[in-house]
Design a protein around this ligand. Structure first.
Ligand code: AMP
Ligand code: MG
Length: 329
């Protein structure tokens, strides 16, 4: 069931109050964050969290991000907060930055896939914030899609992905950023970027005043499953192809184009989506998953995606496109 709420409301609206009651009773609620829609359960309730894995058909080796109502909650759920984590939190929380820190006992092993660390963030979306505050407990909330598929940026996309597997979908309109949070691990070896996202490498380095390592590239058993080779993928095969290599299609082929700024004229594409006519990377990120979803639904045999410039947010967009293009297992 979908219940609408006001996207800007920081107060508990009827939809949020209803959602909070469902969550406290061990249920699953999909809700908007500034990145994508999350599929939430109370993080300290191992049975409720198990339902997230079932609904998403998510493998148990893939740990969940825990969403907090305030940075003050950290002390209850993480064992220690290194000074660099504090600095990042002061600058980027609430917001799309997830920090991987040593965990406390209150976080069940199912949340962290048995890892000694837990990924935490404080979302900036007013509805997410109102919901977590109304529950009074942290929410484990991965993206509200089936495992490996495109993340949902609207309530309708959640409905298509999960339908009756979720007890309630809180509809706060389309998400603003459209791409999953940046993930940074802070261990003894210094800060490492586990997943590129809306907070860019440049911003992280500038805040910490030093270099941030990029965790080793895609692997089979990832330290962070956002690093899986194939992820965030439409059902239709996708190829990233430089604009200059895009030539007119032979007749009879049904191909969709994901253009960055504008589509080349008369190339015979069956469906075309443009990420940002003005070449704005923020707009492109916000449109990415919905555009891929529409191309996926257009009945094409292949999707060709144009690369975007790999600066700032462009790194996160290209990370998602490369993962969508990776061969199926
Ligand atoms: P999502 O499905 O977008 O919520 O993805 C959650 C991601 O957070 C996982 O796929 C992991 O990449 C990452 N993550 C969560 N917990 C940890 C952890 N303890 N260590 C490393 N990465 C984590
Ligand atoms: Mg996900």
């Amino acid at each position: 069931m979908i219940l609408k709420t006001q996207a800007a409301s920081t107060e508990p609206t009827p939809a949020v109050t209803r959602a909070a009651a469902i969550l406290r009773a061990g249920g699953l609620v999909a809700f908007p964050t500034e990145t994508v829609y999350g599929l939430g359960a109370v993080a300290t309730d191992a049975r409720a969290v198990a339902r997230i894995f079932e609904a998403k058909e998510r493998p148990h080796f893939d740990p969940l991000i825990v969403h907090l109502g305030s940075a003050d909650w950290l002390d209850r759920y993480v064992a220690s907060v290194p000074p660099e984590a504090r600095r990042l939190m002061e600058r980027f929380w609430p917001g799309p930055l997830t920090l991987v820190l040593p965990k406390c006992e209150d976080i069940p092993d199912i949340v962290t896939s048995g890892l000694p660390t837990v990924a935490v963030r404080m979302p900036a979306h007013p509805v997410a914030h109102a919901l977590i505050t109304a529950v009074g407990l942290p929410l484990a909330a991965p993206s509200a899609n089936r495992f490996g598929q495109l993340s949902p940026t609207t309530a309708q996309a959640v409905e298509e992905e999960l339908g009756s597997r979720v007890d309630l979908i809180v509809d706060g309109g389309p998400t603003q950023l459209g791409i999953e949070s940046t993930i940074v691990a802070l261990g003894e070896t210094g800060p490492r970027l586990l997943r590129p996202g809306p907070i860019t490498m440049e911003e992280l380095c500038e805040c910490l005043g030093r270099e941030v390592m990029v965790a080793n590239g895609p692997v089979a058993t990832p330290e962070s499953p956002g690093m899986l080779l194939r992820h965030y993928a439409p059902r239709t095969p996708l190829r990233v192809l430089d604009s200059r290599a895009i030539t007119p299609l032979p007749p009879g082929r049904r191909v969709g184009l994901l253009a960055f700024r504008s589509a080349p004229p008369s190339h015979g594409f069956s469906a075309v989506e443009t990420l940002s006519a003005t070449g704005d990377l923020r707009e492109a990120a916000a449109n990415l998953f919905a555009a891929l979803r529409r191309l996926d639904a257009a009945g094409v045999e292949e999707i060709i995606a144009e690369p975007v410039p790999e600066t700032g947010l462009g790194n996160a967009i290209m990370d998602r496109l490369r993962k969508a293009a990776a061969p199926r297992a």
